[in-house]
Design a binder for this molecule. Structure first.
Ligand SMILES: CC(C)(COP(=O)(O)OP(=O)(O)OC[C@H]1O[C@@H](n2cnc3c(N)ncnc32)[C@H](O)[C@@H]1OP(=O)(O)O)[C@@H](O)C(=O)NCCC(=O)NCCS
Length: 180
Protein backbone atom coordinates (compact mmCIF):
# COMPACT_ATOMS: atom_id res chain seq x y z
CA UNK A 1 0.00 0.00 0.00
CA UNK A 2 1.69 3.16 -1.25
CA UNK A 3 1.94 6.26 0.94
CA UNK A 4 2.06 9.22 -1.44
CA UNK A 5 2.00 12.16 0.95
CA UNK A 6 2.31 12.96 4.64
CA UNK A 7 1.41 16.06 6.60
CA UNK A 8 1.91 16.75 10.29
CA UNK A 9 -1.34 14.95 11.18
CA UNK A 10 -2.29 12.93 8.10
CA UNK A 11 -1.19 10.22 5.73
CA UNK A 12 -2.46 10.09 2.14
CA UNK A 13 -2.13 6.63 0.64
CA UNK A 14 -3.55 4.57 -2.20
CA UNK A 15 -6.95 3.02 -1.57
CA UNK A 16 -7.11 -0.67 -0.69
CA UNK A 17 -10.08 -3.03 -0.56
CA UNK A 18 -10.12 -3.01 3.24
CA UNK A 19 -11.19 0.66 3.11
CA UNK A 20 -14.62 -0.49 1.92
CA UNK A 21 -16.51 -0.21 5.24
CA UNK A 22 -15.36 3.34 5.92
CA UNK A 23 -16.02 4.37 2.31
CA UNK A 24 -19.53 3.00 2.70
CA UNK A 25 -19.96 5.07 5.87
CA UNK A 26 -18.78 8.16 3.98
CA UNK A 27 -21.15 7.64 1.06
CA UNK A 28 -24.25 6.84 3.13
CA UNK A 29 -24.32 10.25 4.87
CA UNK A 30 -26.74 12.60 3.05
CA UNK A 31 -24.95 15.65 4.55
CA UNK A 32 -21.66 14.59 2.97
CA UNK A 33 -23.45 14.45 -0.40
CA UNK A 34 -25.48 17.61 0.15
CA UNK A 35 -23.69 19.69 -2.49
CA UNK A 36 -22.88 16.82 -4.83
CA UNK A 37 -25.22 15.41 -7.42
CA UNK A 38 -25.06 11.92 -5.87
CA UNK A 39 -27.47 9.67 -4.00
CA UNK A 40 -26.43 7.94 -0.74
CA UNK A 41 -25.28 4.35 -1.20
CA UNK A 42 -27.59 1.58 -0.05
CA UNK A 43 -25.39 -1.40 -0.85
CA UNK A 44 -21.81 -1.94 0.31
CA UNK A 45 -20.97 -3.23 -3.19
CA UNK A 46 -21.19 0.39 -4.37
CA UNK A 47 -18.31 1.29 -2.03
CA UNK A 48 -16.30 -1.64 -3.41
CA UNK A 49 -16.96 -0.39 -6.94
CA UNK A 50 -15.81 3.17 -6.14
CA UNK A 51 -12.54 1.79 -4.72
CA UNK A 52 -12.06 -0.36 -7.83
CA UNK A 53 -12.76 2.69 -10.03
CA UNK A 54 -10.22 4.81 -8.14
CA UNK A 55 -7.61 2.03 -8.26
CA UNK A 56 -8.08 1.77 -12.03
CA UNK A 57 -7.42 5.50 -12.30
CA UNK A 58 -4.03 5.03 -10.59
CA UNK A 59 -3.13 2.72 -13.47
CA UNK A 60 -4.81 4.62 -16.33
CA UNK A 61 -3.93 8.18 -15.28
CA UNK A 62 -0.98 7.81 -12.89
CA UNK A 63 -2.99 9.39 -10.08
CA UNK A 64 -6.40 9.44 -8.38
CA UNK A 65 -8.14 10.16 -5.10
CA UNK A 66 -6.26 8.94 -2.01
CA UNK A 67 -7.42 7.55 1.31
CA UNK A 68 -6.70 9.98 4.16
CA UNK A 69 -5.77 8.55 7.57
CA UNK A 70 -5.08 10.20 10.89
CA UNK A 71 -1.47 9.50 11.75
CA UNK A 72 -2.02 9.15 15.49
CA UNK A 73 -4.81 6.55 15.31
CA UNK A 74 -4.45 5.18 11.77
CA UNK A 75 -8.20 5.82 11.24
CA UNK A 76 -9.58 6.36 7.74
CA UNK A 77 -11.26 9.78 7.79
CA UNK A 78 -12.06 10.37 4.12
CA UNK A 79 -10.40 10.98 0.80
CA UNK A 80 -8.50 13.76 -0.94
CA UNK A 81 -6.32 14.11 -3.97
CA UNK A 82 -6.04 14.70 -7.65
CA UNK A 83 -8.27 13.27 -10.33
CA UNK A 84 -7.63 13.45 -14.05
CA UNK A 85 -10.95 14.69 -15.40
CA UNK A 86 -11.85 13.57 -18.90
CA UNK A 87 -15.45 14.79 -18.85
CA UNK A 88 -16.32 18.41 -19.66
CA UNK A 89 -16.93 20.95 -16.88
CA UNK A 90 -17.16 24.69 -17.47
CA UNK A 91 -15.87 24.07 -21.02
CA UNK A 92 -12.73 22.34 -19.74
CA UNK A 93 -11.73 18.71 -20.15
CA UNK A 94 -8.58 16.62 -19.66
CA UNK A 95 -7.34 18.48 -16.60
CA UNK A 96 -6.26 17.67 -13.03
CA UNK A 97 -8.70 18.54 -10.27
CA UNK A 98 -8.17 18.64 -6.52
CA UNK A 99 -11.03 17.31 -4.40
CA UNK A 100 -11.83 15.96 -0.92
CA UNK A 101 -14.60 14.33 1.05
CA UNK A 102 -14.53 13.56 4.78
CA UNK A 103 -16.65 11.63 7.27
CA UNK A 104 -18.74 14.23 9.08
CA UNK A 105 -17.28 13.76 12.55
CA UNK A 106 -13.88 14.85 11.20
CA UNK A 107 -15.11 18.16 9.77
CA UNK A 108 -14.05 21.51 11.21
CA UNK A 109 -10.60 20.36 12.32
CA UNK A 110 -8.61 21.66 9.35
CA UNK A 111 -8.02 18.18 7.93
CA UNK A 112 -9.52 19.07 4.53
CA UNK A 113 -7.25 22.09 4.20
CA UNK A 114 -4.19 20.05 5.22
CA UNK A 115 -4.98 17.18 2.83
CA UNK A 116 -5.86 19.50 -0.05
CA UNK A 117 -2.60 21.42 0.40
CA UNK A 118 -0.67 18.14 0.37
CA UNK A 119 -2.50 17.19 -2.83
CA UNK A 120 -1.44 20.39 -4.60
CA UNK A 121 2.15 19.90 -3.38
CA UNK A 122 2.09 16.34 -4.74
CA UNK A 123 0.74 17.54 -8.10
CA UNK A 124 3.34 20.24 -8.57
CA UNK A 125 6.33 18.50 -6.93
CA UNK A 126 5.86 14.89 -8.02
CA UNK A 127 3.59 14.99 -11.08
CA UNK A 128 5.19 18.24 -12.34
CA UNK A 129 1.82 19.67 -13.32
CA UNK A 130 1.50 23.22 -14.66
CA UNK A 131 -1.97 23.93 -13.29
CA UNK A 132 -4.63 22.37 -11.09
CA UNK A 133 -8.36 23.14 -11.09
CA UNK A 134 -11.23 22.66 -8.63
CA UNK A 135 -14.91 23.37 -8.51
CA UNK A 136 -17.42 23.70 -5.70
CA UNK A 137 -21.12 24.38 -5.41
CA UNK A 138 -21.33 28.09 -4.54
CA UNK A 139 -23.36 27.18 -1.45
CA UNK A 140 -20.63 24.85 -0.17
CA UNK A 141 -18.95 27.54 1.93
CA UNK A 142 -16.52 25.25 3.77
CA UNK A 143 -15.27 23.74 0.52
CA UNK A 144 -14.77 27.17 -1.06
CA UNK A 145 -12.92 28.24 2.10
CA UNK A 146 -10.61 25.22 1.83
CA UNK A 147 -9.77 26.08 -1.80
CA UNK A 148 -9.05 29.70 -0.94
CA UNK A 149 -6.94 28.67 2.06
CA UNK A 150 -4.67 26.59 -0.16
CA UNK A 151 -4.10 29.51 -2.53
CA UNK A 152 -6.50 28.67 -5.34
CA UNK A 153 -8.10 31.49 -7.30
CA UNK A 154 -11.86 31.74 -7.69
CA UNK A 155 -12.04 32.65 -11.38
CA UNK A 156 -15.73 32.60 -12.19
CA UNK A 157 -19.14 31.14 -11.54
CA UNK A 158 -20.75 28.66 -13.88
CA UNK A 159 -23.87 26.56 -14.04
CA UNK A 160 -23.66 22.83 -13.43
CA UNK A 161 -26.97 21.10 -13.96
CA UNK A 162 -28.95 24.03 -12.58
CA UNK A 163 -26.62 24.71 -9.62
CA UNK A 164 -24.28 27.67 -9.42
CA UNK A 165 -20.66 26.58 -8.95
CA UNK A 166 -17.35 28.36 -8.45
CA UNK A 167 -14.44 27.51 -10.73
CA UNK A 168 -10.97 27.57 -9.16
CA UNK A 169 -7.48 27.33 -10.59
CA UNK A 170 -3.87 27.56 -9.40
CA UNK A 171 -0.84 27.64 -11.67
CA UNK A 172 2.61 26.36 -10.75
CA UNK A 173 3.88 29.96 -10.54
CA UNK A 174 1.03 30.96 -8.21
CA UNK A 175 1.63 27.88 -6.04
CA UNK A 176 5.39 28.61 -5.80
CA UNK A 177 4.62 32.18 -4.71
CA UNK A 178 1.97 30.93 -2.22
CA UNK A 179 4.46 28.56 -0.61
CA UNK A 180 7.07 31.27 0.05
C1 LIG B 1 -15.87 20.33 2.37
C2 LIG B 1 -15.28 19.62 3.59
C3 LIG B 1 -14.19 18.67 3.13
C4 LIG B 1 -14.69 20.71 4.49
O1 LIG B 1 -14.18 20.08 5.62
P1 LIG B 1 -13.80 20.89 6.93
O2 LIG B 1 -13.37 19.88 7.90
O3 LIG B 1 -14.87 21.81 7.34
O4 LIG B 1 -12.59 21.73 6.39
P2 LIG B 1 -11.49 22.48 7.22
O5 LIG B 1 -11.73 22.27 8.68
O6 LIG B 1 -10.16 22.09 6.67
O7 LIG B 1 -11.68 24.01 6.82
C5 LIG B 1 -12.89 24.59 6.53
C6 LIG B 1 -12.77 26.10 6.70
O8 LIG B 1 -14.00 26.67 6.33
C7 LIG B 1 -14.52 27.43 7.40
N1 LIG B 1 -15.98 27.35 7.33
C8 LIG B 1 -16.72 26.22 7.40
N2 LIG B 1 -18.03 26.54 7.27
C9 LIG B 1 -18.08 27.88 7.12
C10 LIG B 1 -19.13 28.82 6.96
N3 LIG B 1 -20.41 28.42 6.91
N4 LIG B 1 -18.83 30.12 6.81
C11 LIG B 1 -17.55 30.55 6.84
N5 LIG B 1 -16.50 29.69 7.01
C12 LIG B 1 -16.77 28.39 7.14
C13 LIG B 1 -13.94 26.81 8.63
O9 LIG B 1 -13.95 27.71 9.72
C14 LIG B 1 -12.54 26.48 8.16
O10 LIG B 1 -11.73 27.63 8.19
P3 LIG B 1 -10.67 27.86 9.42
O11 LIG B 1 -9.73 26.68 9.39
O12 LIG B 1 -10.01 29.15 9.05
O13 LIG B 1 -11.49 27.91 10.65
C15 LIG B 1 -16.33 18.81 4.35
O14 LIG B 1 -17.36 19.66 4.72
C16 LIG B 1 -16.87 17.65 3.55
O15 LIG B 1 -16.30 16.58 3.48
N6 LIG B 1 -18.03 17.88 2.89
C17 LIG B 1 -18.69 16.87 2.11
C18 LIG B 1 -18.00 16.62 0.77
C19 LIG B 1 -17.81 17.88 -0.04
O16 LIG B 1 -18.69 18.73 -0.11
N7 LIG B 1 -16.64 17.96 -0.67
C20 LIG B 1 -16.28 19.11 -1.47
C21 LIG B 1 -16.90 19.06 -2.79
S1 LIG B 1 -16.49 20.50 -3.75
Amino acid sequence: MNILAETSRLVLREFVRSDTDRMYELYTDPLVLQYLDEKPFNDIKQAEEVIEFIRKQYIDNGTGRLAVLKKDTNEFIGWAGLKYVTGSYNNHSNYYEVGYRFIQRYWGKGYATEAAQASLDFGFNELKLHEIYAMADSGNVSSRMVLEKIGMHDLEKFDLEGHEHDWFKITRTQWEKWKT
